[in-house]
Design a protein around this ligand. Structure first.
Ligand code: NIG
Ligand code: FE
Length: 389
């Protein structure tokens, strides 16, 4: 048995439901983790003795961020594309094929090194759970290779063979979808928990995405979907029809989309790093929240539309640009992400939850949005162990 004590916590965000305010804040407490789980929270000074000690020194402690949407398995760089966008070029998703070409050409060692680098970046910024998609391979062998790599860094792996139609299938999208639904899924399903597709003009239509998600479900994968990113479309409706855990982007929503999300347990995952990096309008987060939808915030970390691994940055954007309150934004970046991954063991700091937490170099979580761009991560504990300090 290993036990870790985090004491002198000035402000503890628990996200415990049912309290007077959504973050379940407790003050002047200590927390004990035993064998990776939260075992005790109580008044500082009455905690049992432990092998490992983290002195929070009066700082704020929050649940580790849950980044429910990333594309970390890739090689190459598209900073030139970003510069062109800042000079007025639109984002179309056309650069995805460029990353597919550089990723296919990269040896396993290069992909693994890139992935390890990004994983370290995430952890240092307070992310303790993250999802990771394939989608830059787009053939049977390469997609399976991407997922084998992803699986070494997270259990939350997502098969995204239906990201775009690869160049060699240009004009033959339905044939490519058959490949995805058959041999590609056969090779990839053993390495994935989730199945995803990019439902958008220029990528795949609703029927093609439905075929991919239902074929994935037949192999035991759980559905999630990219939808309504570049314009209004059928993505949200399809996600609701299939009972997807989450529909991600949600930048262009109809009233029916908002209504549907407000009465379902499909999470609306917002990715404001994308709007920042593509100079697009931000999603209508207030409409979603005011209607009662569950909202998650994630980075979408990828080399094209949003090359940030910082949940704190996305949280600050959510507050400043989408008018979430700082409390709503922190909940969405922790408990919201957990809901989007259908996880009840992360995103909260209550007895029995995984002991995944961040000691902030700040007296209150409000500083996450109040001090944008400032590295506020003091210590990261993951599964009860110090992961960064
Ligand atoms: O979630 N929208 C589709 N896919 C990614 C972008 C991938 C890329 O541009 O390389 C996204 O934004
Ligand atoms: Fe994405």
């Amino acid at each position: 048995m290993t036990a870790t004590l985090v004491d002198r916590i000035g402000e503890l965000v628990t996200n415990e439901p049912g309290g007077a305010e959504p973050l379940g804040i407790r003050r002047d407490v200590a927390l004990v983790a035993v064998d990776g789980r939260v075992a005790w929270i109580g008044p500082a000074g009455s905690a049992p003795a432990c092998d490992t000690h983290v002195d929070a020194g009066g700082r704020a402690v929050i649940p580790g961020f849950v980044d429910s949407h990333t594309h970390l398995v890739f090689a190459g760089d598209r900073s030139g594309e970003f510069a062109a966008r800042m000079a007025g070029e639109p984002y179309t998703g056309g650069g995805i094929r460029r990353t597919v070409a550089t990723t296919r050409a990269a040896p396993d060692t290069e992909l693994a090194a890139n992935l390890a680098y990004l994983q370290r970046e995430l952890v240092r910024q307070g992310t303790t759970t993250f999802e990771c998609k394939s989608g830059y391979g787009l053939d049977v062998e390469q997609e399976a290779r991407q997922l084998r790599a992803a699986r070494t860094v997270t259990p939350e792996t997502t098969f995204l063979g239906a990201h775009v139609v690869p160049a060699e299938y240009e004009g033959r999208a339905d044939e490519y979808v058959e490949l995805v639904c058959g041999p590609m899924l056969d090779a990839c399903a053993p390495h994935a928990r989730w199945v995803d597709a990019f439902c958008e003009r220029g990528a795949f239509d609703a029927d093609q995405c439905r075929a991919v998600l239902t074929a994935g479900a037949r192999r035991g994968l759980l559905p999630r979907l990219h939808g309504n990113q570049l314009g209004p479309g059928p993505g949200v409706a399809l996600a609701l029809e299939l009972g997807a855990a989450s529909v991600d982007h949600c930048t262009y929503l109809s009233d029916a989309d908002v209504d549907g999300l407000s009465t379902s347990d499909t999470v609306a995952t917002l990715l404001p790093g994308v709007e920042f990096s593509t100079r697009s309008p931000y999603p209508p987060a207030r409409r979603l929240l005011d209607a009662g939808a569950t909202v998650a915030i994630a980075t979408d970390c990828n080399p094209g539309s949003s090359f940030t691994s910082s949940m704190a940055f996305c949280l600050a954007l959510a507050v400043r640009e989408m008018r979430l309150t700082p409390a709503e934004a922190l909940w969405s970046a922790t408990a919201g992400g957990a809901a989007a991954l259908r996880r009840d063991d992360v995103g909260t700091l209550t007895t029995g939850a995984r002991a995944d937490l961040v000691v902030l170099d700040a007296p209150t979580y409000l500083h996450l949005a109040y001090r944008p761009g400032v590295p506020l991560v003091h210590t990261v504990v993951s599964g009860g162990e110090i992961a960064y300090r």
